[in-house]
Ligand binder design. Structure first.
Ligand SMILES: Nc1ncnc2c1ncn2[C@@H]1O[C@H](COP(=O)(O)OP(=O)(O)OP(=O)(O)O)[C@@H](O)[C@H]1O
Length: 245
């Protein structure tokens, strides 16, 4: 079996025969690793995430999950990969607990109660879980959504902008939740973010995407050293300016 949980090999995506969104992206993710995709708006991050989640077919290239071609065995994606889109929403009239129960039933696990208990713990929402989601703040909704995605312990979680729109405190809580989850389960996480602080805190390795291509990949430290930058934000600006020359 492959040492990698995920191998992304020369991925291309052309929408409607005209928009060339992804132009030959390759990277690997190991078990227990958090991998971050960073790039400006329209760089191809969400397209890449959706292909890896099995929701979009690549125009060319392939994705291997533990050595098996994902798009030729789509049940593997359904069983092992959970995806949290940036624009995901909650059912306003359901309570947090009702969400947990609904998803546990959809996941068809043997012990529904056990999964609900784990989801509740992951969310950190405590008594608030008894209230309808319409009474939740943005941060609470995001924590509930993350708990719904992570409670079935997917081998691979794909998180598009996990803390988008959240305040500093809520963001820190969500990041801690992701980090603790990976430590406990040895799952792999692929995330996209515009927040460099977040990426630096969470990610073991990072790839910068620009115009559908990866132009640098490494640990946050390697990338900072490469550009002689004090932080990832500065490295990112230097990298983008370099590619525009
Ligand atoms: N369904 C679609 N049909 C046609 N073009 C699309 C579609 N989805 C995305 N695109 C185009 O593909 C390119 C990459 O988009 P994508 O959403 O992957 O970028 P992104 O890096 O996630 O951007 P952002 O940071 O703004 O979310 C863009 O030019 C976008 O307009």
């Amino acid at each position: 079996m492959s040492d990698y949980r995920l191998q992304v090999i020369d991925l291309h995506k052309i929408y409607n025969n005209k928009v060339y969104a992804v132009k030959g992206i390759s990277f690997n993710i190991k078990p227990g690793e958090i991998f971050g995709l960073i790039g400006p708006n329209g760089a191809g991050k969400t397209t890449t995430l959706r292909i890896i989640a099995g929701l979009l077919k690549p125009t060319r290239g392939k994705v291997l999950f533990e050595g098996v071609n994902l798009h030729e065995n789509i049940d593997i994606a359904k069983k092992n990969i959970s995806y949290l889109p940036e624009e995901a929403g909650v059912y306003s009239r359901l309570t947090g607990y009702e969400h947990l129960k609904l998803y546990a039933m959809l996941y068809e696990v043997e012990d529904i109660e056990e999964m609900i208990k784990y989801g509740a713990e992951l969310s950190g929402l405590e008594d608030k879980l008894r209230e309808r989601a319409e009474t939740y703040s943005k941060g609470m909704k995001r924590r509930l959504l993350l708990a719904l995605v992570l409670m079935r312990k997917p081998a691979m979680a794909i998180l598009d902008e996990p803390t988008s729109g959240l305040d500093v405190y809520a963001s820190v809580k969500v990041r801690q939740m992701i980090k603790e989850y990976v430590k406990e389960t040895n799952s792999s996480v692929l995330l996209s973010s515009h927040n460099m602080l977040e990426v630096e805190y969470l990610c073991d390795r990072v790839a910068f995407i620009y115009q559908g291509k990866i132009f640098v990949e490494g640990t946050p430290k390697e990338i900072k050293d490469l550009y002689g930058a004090d932080n990832l934000e500065e490295a990112f600006v230097k990298a983008v300016e370099e590619t525009r020359k």
